[in-house]
Each structure stands twice: as C-alpha cells, then as structure tokens.
Design a protein. Structure first.
Length: 330
C-alpha cells in the first residue's frame, strides 16, 4: 500500500497536468470569444470607449474578493510609474481592440490578435535586451506574412479596423513586456490590483466624451462582460501554470474557432478561407517561438514564468505565478 501511495502521484501527474492546462486554455478561449461577442453587441448602440470603461469597472468588481484577501499590503510598490505606464498602454490596446471589433468580423479580428506575441518578440529584443536568434526572427517574419495573407493588401483595402487590430496587438505586447519587467520585483497581486485601480478611472475620461445613458438591459451585458473577462484572465493564467507553455499554447487556436462560431450564429459572419490560412501561419510561428523559448530554458517551470500571451482586451495578466501563489481560493 505504501508503494502504491508513493508511486501513484508520479504516475498520474504528468498525464493530468497537460490535460488540465488544455482545459483551462479552452475555457480561456471560450471566455474571450464570448467577451468579444459582447463587445460587438454593445458597440452597436454605444461607443467603444464607454464599453471599455464598463468592462474595466465590472472586471474590477469581480476581482474585489481577491483584493479583499490581499489587503492594502498588496498596494505597496516602489515602481508606481511603471504600473501607470502599463495601465496606459493597456488602455490604448483595449480601446483600439474594442473599436476594431465593433467594425470588423470577429474571426478576422481574433486572427490578427495572434500577432501580439510576434510584436512581443521584437520588443523583447529591442527593449529588454533578450537575445533573439535567426530562427526566432525567421518565425516572426513568417508570422507577419500570415497577417498579410489575412489582409491581402493587393486585393483589398487595408482599412482602419484592421490597422487598429494590429496597433492593439502591438500595445498588448508592450503591456505584456511591462508586466514581465514588473514581475521581477512585484507580487502578482500588486500588478493585478494596480491594473484594475488605474485602468478603470483612466478609461472613464475618454468615455465621458461619448457617453450614452445605459438602459436596464445594458447592465446585464456589462456584468456578463466583466465576468467573461475575469474568467478568461484566470483561466489563461491557470493554463500556463498547469503545464509547459508549448503544451497548452496550441489550444489557444480554439479561440479563433469559438469566435468564428459565435460570429456566424450571432452576427451571420462567415470568415473566408484566407482568414483561416493566415491565422494558421501566424499561430504556427507563435507556437514555434514558444517552443524555442522552452527549449532554450526561458520557460523552465510553468508556475514561475512570466506570461507572454496577452489577454484579448489589452489587459495582460500579471504572471503565471499568480495561479500558484496568490490566486483566489477555489
């Protein structure tokens, strides 16, 4: 019996961890797709800036139990300026994303969002001094070719929505790199707290210039928006905490499938073949980059690695460490 107790965990855990990570990533993909559909729905009658404010407000509300558990000690920081910068670029990413989603098919916007890790690779080399070798540069270049396949600049006009989706991805990557820098000295809870506390009032300022009084049903959708955003954040963090990034990242592609299904069912959108082809090229390049990072030792332990995959609303989670050390009680 003693031998069985000792051997049981070592036998089951290697199989269970990747499965848990995959399920968490599927949960994140479904949540972010639902959130995108709600953004698209709400921006039909309301300006994206106002929708972004309510997303932040109710996202913060759903995190209050976590904040209550952490207490005011979680606000202690010596890097408030960097927290403010991270909130600022996060808000720009979120605003651009909300506008893009309001103007273009959900699947196409989601496909272009896969470029965020490619921008992060460039930013890591330029601003964090990371060594990016030839094969990762080649994967990044190929990934952006995938974006061109989706956009097809020779056949169709590169409009404002697609441009905003790419700008959003670039700022998402900047936010993720800032989080990576903050995570070297800050607790995960501190990063998450400042994200909500700073981005919520900051997003109110542009919203006031386009304010529309919400009707009763809007409040229901705002609550759902904050709920799906929070579930998506926590699910993604726990996915990367459960297993190696190279094991769970492939399941992020289901986010595009979920978005395409919701776009078809709710908005009668039908993505063309080139959207799928381009998305597959971008995602393969991203997956290869993650594999190279894991192989080179930059992602040794999933529970201690800074999260590189930004969220779909411009608000990258703090660190994967949050899922292990400082997550809300289950």
């Amino acid at each position: 019996m003693s031998d069985q107790l000792q051997s049981g965990p070592s036998t089951n855990q290697p199989m269970g961890a990747p499965m848990r990570g995959a399920l968490w990533m599927l949960s994140a993909g479904a949540s972010f797709a639902a959130m995108t559909a709600l953004i698209r729905h709400q921006t039909t009658d309301m300006h994206p800036f106002e929708v972004a404010f309510f997303r932040n407000l109710f996202g913060l509300a759903f995190m209050l139990p976590w904040f209550w558990r952490v207490g005011f000690g979680g606000l202690k920081t010596s890097r408030f300026g960097l927290h403010g910068f991270r909130a600022g670029v996060g808000l720009i990413a979120m605003s651009c994303w909300f506008i893009a989603v309001s103007m273009m098919p959900m699947a196409e916007a989601t496909a272009l969002s896969f470029t965020a890790p490619l921008f992060a690779t460039i930013g890591a080399a330029l601003f964090l001094g990371e060594t990016v070798r030839a094969r990762r540069w080649a994967a990044t270049f190929i990934g952006f070719i995938g974006a061109l396949v989706i956009l097809r600049p020779g056949e169709m006009e590169l409009g404002l929505p697609a441009g905003l989706a790419l700008v959003s991805s670039a700022f998402m990557a900047t936010a993720a790199l800032t989080v990576k820098s903050l995570s070297r000295t800050e607790k995960a809870s501190t990063i998450v707290i400042y994200m909500g506390l700073v981005m919520t009032p900051l997003s109110l300022v542009p919203a006031l210039f386009f304010w529309t009084a919400p009707v009763a049903m809007d409040w229901f959708w705002f609550v759902a928006l904050g709920l799906f955003a929070t579930i998506g954040q926590l699910s993604m963090v726990r996915a990367f905490a459960s297993a190696d990034i190279s094991a769970v990242l492939p399941f992020d592609f289901f986010r595009l499938i979920f978005a395409a299904v919701l776009g078809y069912l709710v908005f009668a959108e039908q993505p063309d073949m080139w959207t799928w082809v381009g998305a597959a090229i971008i995602f393969t390049a991203t997956l290869y980059t993650a594999h190279r990072e894991a192989k080179s030792g930059r992602a040794l332990r999933p529970a201690r690695t800074a999260l590189r995959q930004p969220n779909m609303d411009g608000a990258a989670p703090a660190t994967i460490r949050a899922a292990k050390d400082e997550r809300p009680s289950e």
